[in-house]
Design a protein around this ligand. Structure first.
Ligand SMILES: N[C@@H](CCC(=O)N[C@@H](CS)C(=O)NCC(=O)O)C(=O)O
Length: 207
């Protein structure tokens, strides 16, 4: 298998982090640069079908995009440690939090960065109001996460799951614009510091 990866982008980081949590080290990683437009080459587009990263190419040539779909596939192939749920109830709760995190925190934060970081102007027709609207939305949603984390060590279960990986990789992308969760959100802060201290958080980050 081959993972098409980009070092600073948050969606590829989810997959690297997820693989590191599972100790997966037999996937070849091909690093491309979004800023240099390598994901827009005719070869990449022909292979992947969309100019997005990450993408996972299987040995039979099948290509999977969408970071969570890639993680779900890897979970089936490498089931332990489990990050998507062990039984119907736990799987549904993890999916519920994953959807909440994706829509209420990850997407708004990514839009906030894309519409405000000067370096992203090459990728996005930036609208400052879009950045403000999305960053305000992410900030409000983090209060929901703070209440949840007051009663649970991790977002969806008593162990790290895909919901934590998606949330933490997305929140850490805020560093690009010096954005951090409000330190008054004590439970989010405790959880986020803990997530960033995990060895898997460093996957691909030193390069
Ligand atoms: N929903 C997709 C999003 C993929 C995506 O948008 N990736 C960004 C990098 S984080 C990308 O490839 N951007 C290319 C561009 O903006 O031209 C996923 O979860 O993988």
């Amino acid at each position: 298998m081959k993972l098409y990866d980009c070092l600073r982008a948050p969606n590829p980081r989810r997959v690297r982090w997820f693989m590191a949590e599972k100790g997966i080290d037999d996937v070849e990683v091909v690093t491309l640069s979004i800023m240099s437009g390598e994901h827009k080459s005719p070869e990449y587009r022909a292979k992947v079908g969309i100019s997005h990263m990450p993408a996972l190419e299987l040995d039979d040539g099948t290509v999977i995009t969408e970071s969570v779909a890639i993680c779900r596939y890897l979970e089936s192939v490498y089931p332990e440690p489990n990050l998507f749920g062990r039984d119907p109830k736990e799987t549904a709760i993890i999916e519920m939090w994953l959807r909440r995190v994706e829509m209420m925190v990850a997407n708004p934060l990514m839009q906030g960065v894309r519409h405000s970081h000067p370096g992203m102007a090459a990728l996005e027709a930036q609208v400052p109001e879009v950045a403000t609207y999305n960053l305000d939305g992410a900030k409000r949603s983090l209060k929901i996460l703070d209440r949840r984390l007051a009663e649970s060590p991790f977002i969806a279960a008593d162990r790290v799951t895909i919901a934590d990986v998606v949330a933490a990789a997305s929140l850490d992308f805020g560093r690009m614009i010096k954005w951090r969760p409000d330190p008054e959100l004590a439970h989010v802060t405790r959880w986020f510091d803990g997530m960033l201290a995990r060895p898997a958080a460093q996957a691909g980050m030193a390069a």
